[in-house]
Design a protein around this ligand. Structure first.
Ligand SMILES: [Zn+2]
Length: 489
């Protein structure tokens, strides 16, 4: 006997992705149903629009909730999704808002995806982590992380002797070796590299029931400490406090096996640096500090407004020019500019010419920095000899002037060396295609606001708006212009 089944499809916001179109998803579902002796009438297929372009958790998705209601009414226990990414972009909310409440009412509930003839087992930790990770599935590393994370999750008690050993490592014969927690560290860095806040990362891990280093729940400061610890990129740092000339830092490079790449580490530092300049990533004002009024040549400020109609509160958000009072609704700006921007960024990262230009640019910066370092080192050499002469001449004034000049040069040298290091890292990441490949799938996924804002900060120089003209979006001529972060900056 054939059983009835419901199906759920999400319409992608970007039409150029043919393999995600509603028709193709429908076709996959019909084929799957046929193979498994299921019948899916057309009116049992629910299509969720994501034109709002905002990522919503499951209980905010009208069609999904309506489908759940219908399933209960009709007493149908089978539902098919085209793939896991159609279910839930933010991952865990699908299980919390849809699956678990439904399971209480329909104990024989079966959720299928078209790529497996077995229903999904939500208690399986792999699935749980898939939910967390699928939106970044292009990142090979994170997918690989699932396997090992599962092992962590299945382990009930974890003994961690020697609290000094950093989380993610164990110590064998005085050497640090990555342990099964290393993949959790990897995942934390990965989320941070896409702009996820400390607090949100902690929530993610708690909801996936991954225990914190102390065995309990995660908090922001634990995440922050992990992200600030250079040990994970393979460097060991010893702080030697209270010496005469102040605290001194020793860096031992490549002392042990790194858990993350230098690049991922740099990227999350860079993200924080960008927030320092342009304001938070987690904001509904995606173009915060990036929009200018064409007439007044002034940055637009943000404004939150709300009105009450028939007892319902409606929230409005605007970008406003303080000078001429030009005011524009954020949705209007975002709906118009974001698809345009993503398309352009996609073209940028797919163009070998742009990639080559960026690589050349970074190489050139490396050469320039090396030139500056060399000339500074020469100056320090010359001044050191002069210092000796001044001492011989017993010229105290000259001696102190030369000393302070040397001190300044040495300070600049330190900054230049740190710039040089980050440029070399950036160059390596470009050579191994770590940077551009991050953006290859941006048209395929419905990106969250934080990711959109991050992409805006990476690629857009400014947006110029006016009432009487089309907006102008100025892309950065050099993507890596902001990338240079000096040690003290
Ligand atoms: Zn204005």
């Amino acid at each position: 006997m054939q059983r009835l089944a419901f199906a759920y499809i999400r319409r992608s916001s970007y039409k150029q992705q043919d393999n995600n179109s509603v028709e193709i998803q429908k076709q996959h579902i019909k084929e799957f149903a046929k193979r498994n002796g299921l019948i899916v009438p057309d009116e049992f297929i629910f299509i969720e629009d994501v034109t709002s372009a905002f990522t919503k958790r499951a209980n905010k998705r009208k069609q999904l909730m309506m489908m759940g209601k219908k399933m209960l009414e009709m007493n149908v226990s089978v539902v098919i999704f085209n793939d896991i990414s159609r279910m839930d972009r933010t991952g865990y909310s699908f299980a919390i808002d849809f699956y678990r409440p439904m399971l209480e009412k329909i104990p024989n509930l079966q959720v299928f995806t078209v790529d497996s003839n077995e229903p999904i087992d939500f208690e399986n930790t792999n699935i749980k982590l898939n939910f967390l990770l699928f939106n970044h599935e292009s990142e090979v590393k994170s997918v690989r992380a699932i396997g090992n994370l599962t092992a962590v999750l299945e382990q009930e008690t974890r003994i961690r002797p020697g609290s000094k050993v950093p989380y993610g490592y164990c110590q064998i014969e005085k050497q640090l070796h990555p342990n099964e927690d290393a993949e959790v560290v990897n995942f934390i860095y990965f989320l941070a590299s896409w702009g996820t806040s400390f607090k949100r990362i902690a929530t993610f891990l708690d909801e996936a029931r991954i225990p914190a280093p102390n065995g309990g729940t995660w908090n922001s400061s634990t995440i922050e400490n992990i992200l600030n610890n250079p040990v994970y990129s393979g460097n060991l740092i010893w702080q030697v406090p209270k010496r005469k000339e102040g605290q001194k830092q020793f860096v031992f490079e490549d002392t042990h096996k790194p858990i993350i790449t230098d690049f991922v580490s740099q990227l999350q530092i860079y993200n924080r640096h960008l927030q320092g300049i342009y304001g938070r990533l987690d904001t509904p004002f995606l173009f915060l500090n990036k929009i200018t009024c064409r007439h007044c040549k002034q940055g637009l400020i943000t404004q939150n407004g709300s009105t009450k109609r028939n007892g319902t509160v409606y929230n409005y958000q605007y970008y406003v020019c303080k000078n001429c009072n030009y005011k524009v609704n954020t949705n209007e700006v975002h709906e118009k500019l974001i698809p345009l921007m993503l398309k352009k960024v996609y073209e940028l990262v797919s163009s070998t010419e742009i990639q080559q230009q960026s690589k050349n640019f970074v190489l050139q910066m490396i050469l320039e920095t090396e030139g500056q370092i060399e000339s500074l080192e020469n100056k320090v050499g010359i001044f050191s000899r002069k210092l000796l002469q001044a001492k011989e001449l017993n010229d105290r004034l000259l001696e102190s002037q030369i000393s302070s000049a040397i001190k300044q040069y040495k300070h600049s040298l330190e900054e230049l060396n740190s710039c040089h290091t980050s440029l070399v890292r950036l160059n390596n990441s470009l050579k191994s295609d770590q940077f551009f490949s991050r953006f290859e799938n941006i048209l395929k996924f419905d990106l969250g606001d934080i990711e959109k804002r991050l992409i805006i900060l990476y690629f857009i120089d400014s947006v110029i708006l006016a009432t009487d003209q089309q907006p102008t979006v100025q892309f950065k001529s050099n993507i890596f212009g902001d990338f240079l972060i000096s040690k003290n900056g």
